[in-house]
Design a protein around this ligand. Sequence first.
Ligand code: SF4
Length: 361
Amino acid sequence: MKIRCSSLPRIMACPASIETPEMEIDTSGDDAALGRAIHEVMAVISMTGIAPDSLENTAEKHGVSIRDLERGVGKARALWSKIAPSIEVGAVEKKMLAKFSSFDLTGHADLVGWSDGAPLILDWKTGHRESAAYYQLAGYAVLADPDIEFAGPVKIVLAHTELGIIDVREIAPDERRQLIFDVTKIINAEKRSYSPGPSCEYCPRKSECPARNEMLQSAGRDIAALAGAPETAITPARLAALWPQRCALKKAVDEYDRQCRLAVAEHGAISGPDGMELATEAGSRSTVEYRPEILEKYVADVGDVRATVSRRDIEDAVKSAAPPRQKGKMVAACFQELDAAGAIIRSEFEKLVWRKKHDGN
Ligand code: SF4
C-alpha cells in the first residue's frame, strides 16, 4: 500500500479512510500557479546560490504576472538569506520514498539537507494561510531518516513567505518510530473505525462514505429541530454536539452559494417569494501585507498580528497598544502608513444579496 505524507493527517484522524489514500489535489488556481513559479525559482537559487537575471520566462511559463512573481520571490529570498547560512543543501524538488513492511511512504520535499548534522527538510509556504498538520510533518521526518539512524530530532523548516516567518519543527526519533508503528497498526487492523469530521473534506471517499452521510443527515435533523421545534431547547450540550459536523456543513453551504452564483450569472436576478430576489452586487475587499517595520511602531508585539495579517487583528493590536482616547487616531495613522507603503491590496468582487425585487423585474 502506498501512502502519501499529505494523507497522513486524514488517516490518523479517520483510520477507515486509509483504504483509498491516494487523491490528486487540484492545484490549478492562480495562487497555486504563482506558488509553483516561486518554488521553481527558489529551487534554482537555493541549489546554485545564483538568482536568475530575469523572471520573465518563468512568469510566462506559469501564466502569472511578472510583478507578482518578483514580489513573491523577493519575499522568499529575504527568508532564504536567513536560512541559508545554517544549512547544507543536499537536493531540491526531491521525490522521496521509504519502504516499510506493510506500506510505502511517499512525499515531495522542496529541499532536503542538513543543519548541524541533523537531517532537514524545507517546505516553502507561499500562501497567506497555509497550515502544516503535525502528521504530515512527522511523515516528512520519517522520509528524511526512514531507518531512524539519526539519534536526534529531524528538523522541518516551514518558510512562510507572505508572513515573513520561519517556523522550525523538530520531530524526535520516538515520534518517527511511533508514526511508523501507528500506520502499520491501522493497515493490519481487522476493523478500522470511521471518524467523520474536518478530514472528510480531503477524503476521496466522501461522496459515498456511509459514516459521513449519516453525520450530515443527523446534523440536518438536529439543525431542523433547533430551528423549528420550540420544544427542543438550544442547550449548550446540543450546540457542542453539533460542533464536529460544522466543517462538513460549511462545505455544503459553500457549495450551495457556488450553485446560486452560477444560477444568478446564467439567469440574472432570480425571483424568490414575498417580493424578494437573489442577485449580485459589486463588493470590494482589502488585504494587508505583513510589514513588521511599520507595525512595530504601533503595536506592543508584532507577534500579535503575525498569525493572519488580517485587518481586524492589526486593528485590535494597535488599539490595545494605543494610549487612552488615541485608539481611532492610531489605527487610522497605521493604515495610512501601510497604504502609503503599498501594503494594502484592494480587490473587487461580486457578492450575492437577497434584496427586495427591483422594479421592472
Ligand atoms: S469521508 Fe470522512 S468519515 Fe468517511 S472515510 Fe473519509 S475521512 Fe473517514
